[in-house]
Design a protein around this ligand. Structure first.
Ligand SMILES: [Zn+2]
Length: 352
């Protein structure tokens, strides 16, 4: 293992498994709240140290070299055979196991690729799950205090801005319009269209009132844009809510120009070759749950959105079957830039 890499990994904020602590404390009849406050004081101390080290390291290394660890794979076989990645991943997992689940949010210092400066990034670990240990969804966390973008949002922007086809003039469609990511694109690029999905009774390309402002509706399985009219399409955590996701991939392909790129994030199960369908939609519009319903937050629907599938590597084949030539899963990790955890993935699919 590369020493530099190991040093970087060692700087991830350590956190205990809160539920294990609670169990332990309950057994020993110890006042849980006081103990957690003590733990939090330790975190603050520790975190200050981490920040000092990482800031130093950042200025000595990252400022000169872009050391974002980015692995990219074309399929599961390629991914499975990368021993270096496994080594790295195991360390990340061990670290997650040691992480203290703080009851208070705390900040780390990191360089924001979007703000182009050192900022505070907030960790509150509100999103995650408990199965075989605490799984913190770092991808949903580590929010920059200046641009309000979480780690996976910054990663997808960073990915786009490093493409050689990246341009201020590009026609960009992003399947969100009331989010910090959309604001970023709107403020920094010339031709940006955003939309939300407001339900199957609404028309694609039409505007509807949403909390007093007009919002464009688009259904990703039936977009209103002319063929070959966009250079980039960006979606974040949307495809898992679309039963016919393959139709959406093909729809995006149709709307993209030559050399256009579809960039997206999804919850991804890297150990699964095949996508697991969790729910299906019937001809009469009713839903049959194959697995217990999994509901994700949705900015335009307080009831959230049902997750129809858990994606595996076969979606890369789906994308190719729609016509995309080069399709990649790009893994992101860089402590100094606040891409921590996972690592999580930005998917990219390019039209010839
Ligand atoms: Zn920022």
């Amino acid at each position: 293992m590369n020493k530099h890499l190991k040093n970087l990994l060692l700087m991830i904020p350590p956190v205990y498994k809160k539920y294990i602590i609670i169990q332990k404390l309950q057994k020993e009849n110890i006042n849980y709240k006081n103990e957690v406050i003590k733990l939090n004081n330790d975190i603050i101390k520790l975190n200050n140290e981490i920040n000092l080290i990482s800031n130093k390291l950042f200025f000595y290394s990252s400022l000169k070299n872009n050391d974002t660890f980015r692995w990219f794979y074309k399929n599961k076989t390629e991914f499975d055979s990368d021993i270096n990645f496994k080594d790295f991943k195991n360390i990340v997992l061990e670290m997650n196991d040691e992480v203290i689940k703080s009851i208070y949010p705390f900040n780390i210092s990191a360089y924001c690729d979007i703000c182009k400066k050192n900022v505070k990034m907030r960790l509150n670990f509100n999103v995650g799950s408990i199965s075989n240990g605490l799984n913190i969804a770092y991808s949903e966390d580590c929010v920059c205090s200046e641009c309000n973008l979480g780690s996976r949002q910054r990663a997808i922007i960073n990915y786009y801005e490093n493409l050689n086809t990246h341009s201020y003039e590009n026609d960009i469609y992003i399947s969100e319009s009331i989010t910090p990511t959309f604001s970023y694109f709107k403020n920094n690029y010339k031709n940006v269209i955003g939309s939300e999905y407001l339900g199957n009774t609404k028309q694609s390309g039409e505007f509807y009132d949403y909390n007093g402002s007009l919002v464009r509706n688009e259904d990703l399985t039936s977009l209103s844009f002319p063929n070959e009219s966009m250079d980039v399409i960006i979606t974040q955590h949307v495809f898992e809510h679309i039963p016919d996701y393959n139709k959406s991939f093909c729809e995006c392909f149709k709307v993209l120009r030559k050399k256009g790129a579809l960039l997206f994030t999804i919850p991804f199960y890297e150990h699964n070759e095949k996508t697991i369908i969790r729910a299906v939609i019937n001809d009469d519009g009713s839903i049959t749950n194959i697995h217990p319903p999994e509901i994700h937050g949705n900015p335009v629907n307080s009831e959230g959105s049902l997750c129809f599938q858990r994606f595996g590597w076969d979606i890369l084949d789906n994308l190719k079957s729609c016509g995309f030539i080069n399709v990649f899963a790009n893994f992101y990790w860089n402590r100094c830039k606040g891409y921590i955890g996972g690592p999580y993935i930005v998917f990219s699919a390019f039209k010839e």
